[in-house]
Design a binder for this molecule. Structure first.
Ligand code: NAD
Length: 301
C-alpha cells in the first residue's frame, strides 16, 4: 500500500516516521523546509509538492494546523483532489471545525474519493510512541481499510460515528484538556508558594483526585515530568496558537448548541492573552509563567 503524508510538523513528522518504521513507503510534503528535512532523516521520501506526494497513493494523510489549511491542500489547484487516483482514501488527522470536516466529506465524495475525519489525542509524546487515541468520523468500511495504518499510529482507534463526529469528540476532549491545563498551572504555582517540593506534590496529586493526563504528561514545573515542555523552554509540543484554536472551536460549538461554557471561555481567553504576548509558537504550558507572574514577553526586553 502506498501512502502520502501532507504536514510533517510536531505531530505529523513522528506519525509518518512510525509508518516508515512499520515498513510502509511514505511520500511526504511540508511547506516548512525544517519539518521536511527532519522527516527525511526519519525515512520519509520527501517530495517538492502535494501533487508529487499523492499521485500514486492509496491513502493520503493530512496533519495540518487548521481547517483552512486542510481545505486548501485538498481543493487547491495543485491539491490532493486534483491529483489523486480515483477512489483513494483521504484521512485527515488534524483538529479542525466540525462544519469544515463535514463540508470536506461532501466535497471529497463528489470528487470520487473517500474521506475520514480522524483527529488524535496524546500529544507529541503519544505521536512519537505510536500510542495516540484516534477518533474517527465517516463510513465504517473506510475505517476498516485505514485501520491497519491507524493502529500503527495509535493504541486506540475508535469509530465516533458519521462525518464530522471525530472532530466533535476531539473538540470536546481538548476543551476539557485546556481547562484542566489552566488549573494545573495554578496548582503548580500555588503548591510551590505553599512550600511544597514540586516532585513531592506531583506524586501526591498523581495518585489523588487532582490527577489528570495533563498532570502526568505536561506538569509545568522543571524536572518533574520528562515529557513536559517546561524542560525545553516551552519549545515544540502543543502550541498556544493551536490550543487557542481548539478552545475557540469549543466555544463556538457551545454557542451553536446553546451550551454555556464559562470555564472553556476563560481558558480560551487565557490563551488569547498569551497570543497577544507574542507566544503563539510556544507550548501552551507556558501559561504557568503567566500564573506565576514571570512571563517575559518580547516587549518586556
Ligand atoms: P505543526 O504546526 O507543528 O505542524 C503543521 C505542519 O503543517 C507544519 O509543519 C506546517 O509547515 C505544515 N503546513 C501548513 N500548511 C501546509 C501546506 N499548505 N502544505 C504542506 N504543509 C503545510 O502543528 P502540530 O502540532 O503538528 O499539529 C497539527 C494538527 O494536530 C493541529 O490541527 C493540532 O491542533 C493537532 N494536534 C496537535 C497536538 C500536539 O500536541 N501538537 C496534539 C493533538 C492534535
Amino acid at each position: 500500500m502506498s501512502v502520502a503524508w501532507i504536514g510533517l510538523g510536531n505531530m505529523g513528522g513522528p506519525m509518518a516516521a512510525n509508518l516508515v518504521d512499520a515498513g510502509t513507503t511514505v511520500r511526504g510534503f511540508d511547506v516548512s523546509e525544517a519539518a521536511a528535512a527532519s522527516a527525511a532523516e526519519r525515512g520519509v521520501e520527501v517530495v517538492g509538492g502535494v501533487a508529487d506526494a499523492v499521485r500514486d497513493a492509496d491513502v493520503v494523510f493530512t496533519m495540518l494546523p487548521k481547517g483552512e489549511h486542510v481545505r486548501e491542500v485538498l481543493t487547491g489547484p495543485d491539491g490532493v483532489l486534483a491529483n489523486i487516483k480515483p477512489g483513494a482514501l483521504i484521512v485527515d488527522e488534524s483538529t479542525i471545525d466540525i462544519e469544515v470536516a463535514r463540508e470536506l466529506h461532501e466535497t471529497v465524495r463528489e470528487a470520487g474519493a473517500r474521506f475520514l475525519d480522524a483527529p488524535v489525542s496524546g500529544g507529541v509524546s503519544g505521536a512519537a510512541a505510536g500510542t495516540l487515541t484516534i477518533m474517527v468520523g465517516g463510513a465504517a468500511e473506510d475505517l476498516d481499510e485505514a485501520r491497519p495504518l491507524l493502529e500503527v499510529l495509535g493504541g486506540k482507534v475508535v469509530h465516533a460515528g458519521d462525518a464530522g463526529n471525530g472532530q466533535a469528540a476531539k473538540i470536546v476532549n481538548n476543551m476539557m484538556c485546556g481547562v484542566i491545563l489552566g488549573v494545573t498551572c495554578e496548582g503548580a504555582v500555588l503548591s510551590e508558594r505553599l512550600g511544597l517540593d514540586p516532585t513531592v506534590f506531583h506524586s501526591i496529586a498523581a495518585t489523588s483526585s487532582g490527577d489528570s493526563w495533563v498532570l502526568r504528561t505536561w506538569y509545568p514545573s522543571p524536572g518533574v515530568v520528562e515529557s513536559a515542555a517546561v524542560n525545553r523552554d516551552f519549545e515544540g509540543g502543543f502550541s498556544v496558537a493551536l490550543l487557542h484554536k481548539d478552545l475557540g472551536l469549543a466555544v463556538n460549538a457551545g454557542e451553536s448548541t446553546g451550551t454555556p461554557l464559562p470555564f472553556a471561555t476563560q481558558a480560551r481567553d487565557a490563551m488569547a492573552s498569551l497570543l497577544d504576548a507574542g507566544l503563539a509558537n510556544k507550548d501552551c504550558t507556558v501559561l504557568v509563567k503567566q500564573v506565576g507572574g514571570t512571563l517575559e514577553t518580547p516587549s518586556s526586553h
